[in-house]
Write a protein that binds this ligand. Sequence first.
Ligand code: MLT
Ligand code: ZN
Length: 449
Amino acid sequence: MTDIVTALAETIGEKSVVTDHDIVSSYLTDWTGRFRGEAFCVVRPVNSKQVRDTVDLAKRFDVPLVAQGGNTGLVGGATPVKKAIILSTKLLSGIELDHDLQLAKVGAGVTLSALNAEAQKAGLKLGVDLASRDSATVGGMVATNAGGIHVIRYGGMRRQVLGIEAVLGNGRLISRMEGLEKDNSGFDWPSILCGSEGTLGVITQLTLKLVSVPRHRAVALVALHTLSAALAVMTEARRRLGGLSAMEFMTSNGIELVSNLDGAPWPFNNIPSISLLVEAAGEDDQMEKLAYFLDSLEDVVDAVMAGDSAADGLWYWRESHTLAISRKGVARKLDVSIPIRAIPAFVDDLTHLLENDYQQVKPILFGHLGDGNIHVNLLDVAEGDTGIEHRIYKMVSTYGGSISAEHGIGRAKVNELALTRSQDDIESMKSVKSALDPASVLNPGVLFV
Ligand code: MLT
Ligand code: ZN
C-alpha cells in the first residue's frame, strides 16, 4: 500500500515534499524551544491547488496536518502534537498592491517585513506590527489573530482582513478575495478563520487593508514608580494625545535583562519599577506635542524622547524583551488580558503569589498596556510544574480576564480554556470545528483537547 509521503510526492510533485531529516527537524521545534513534535515530511505547496491536494491526502490517510508560517508563535500552535505532515506556507507568495484603495492581495507565506517593504514604496504599511516582523507570515498572523504594538491605534489582525482564501478541513476552497468593505451575504470567513489557529482551514491568500505611514513619529521612554501612574498616563494620552500609536509597559526585571544584552546604554541613572513607552505618530512633527503632553503630567519621574528614525533606539528596550528572556532559559509565557482598571490589583496579587509560593521563580512582566495585555514571562519554573500556570490563569479568570490576549491557546493552554470560556462556548466552537474539519485532521491537540 502506498504511504502518505509517496502519495504526496506523486500528487503534488517530489520537489514540494521534503523528507531530509535535517531540514524537517528545523520545523519541529517552536521558537521558544519548549514544544517539539514529529513529522512524516514537510510539504511546501506553491498554490492553493497543492494545498487542497495535501488536505485531501491527509484526510484519506487519516494523518494530522499542521500548517506552519514563520514559526514565531509562542504557544506551540504550529508544532505537531501527534506525528503529522507539516504544511509550510512559505512558498505561498505574491504581493499585489492597490495603491488607491490601500489594499494588498498577499500570499499567506509573505512575511510582514516583505509586505511592508513593498507597501512602503507607496507610503503604506500594515496597521499591525510586531517584533518578529522579519519571520512572521501574514497567514500565521491571521491564523493567530496577532496583535502587536499598534492595536491601540489600528486594532488587531482581524480588523485588517478584507478578504481570504483558504482550504477548509472538509477539503472545500473558500475564496472571498475581492476586498469588499461591505459584504453581508452570510457568514464572514475572515472573522471565522481569524484566530482559529490552523484548526479549521489552511489560509492560502489574503486581502489586507493598509494604512498610510505617518510622516513623523515621536517616542518617549517614561520612568514611573507604579503601574497606577502608568494607567493615569494612558488615560490622559487617550484623551489628549491625538497621534497616540503605542503605549507599552516594562518592569525593572525585563530592563535589567535587556541591559545585559549590551546593545545600548540605559538612558536613565536608575532602572525604575515601571518604564512606559509612549509613541505618537502623524503628518506633522510630533516631538513638541509629545513633550508638551509629558510636561503636563504629575507622576513622571524622568523621560527621554526621540523622533522619527532615532525612535527605534528607544523601541529597542521594549522589542528586545523576548530575545533577552530566551537567552536566560525556556520561559513559561503567559499572555493574559485583564480589564484595564484591574491591572494594578492583578499584578499585586500575582506578586504575592510568587513571593509566597514560588520564591525561585523570576517574573518578567511587560506588554501592551493600552490593550490591557500583560506578558507574564516566568523564568526558573521547576520542570514539570504546571500548577503555577494554572493558579495564575485562575486568578486571571477571577478578574474577568482572558488566558490568551494575543498569542492564542496553541498546545500550551489547551487544558486551561474552560477557565475563561464557558462549556456552552467551547461546545459551540467544537461544533464549528467538526462541521469544517469533520475528520479532525487539522492541527489536532491545538486549541481543543
Ligand atoms: C511581545 O509583545 O513582545 C510578545 O508578544 C511577547 C512575548 O514574548 O511574551
Ligand atoms: Zn505582545
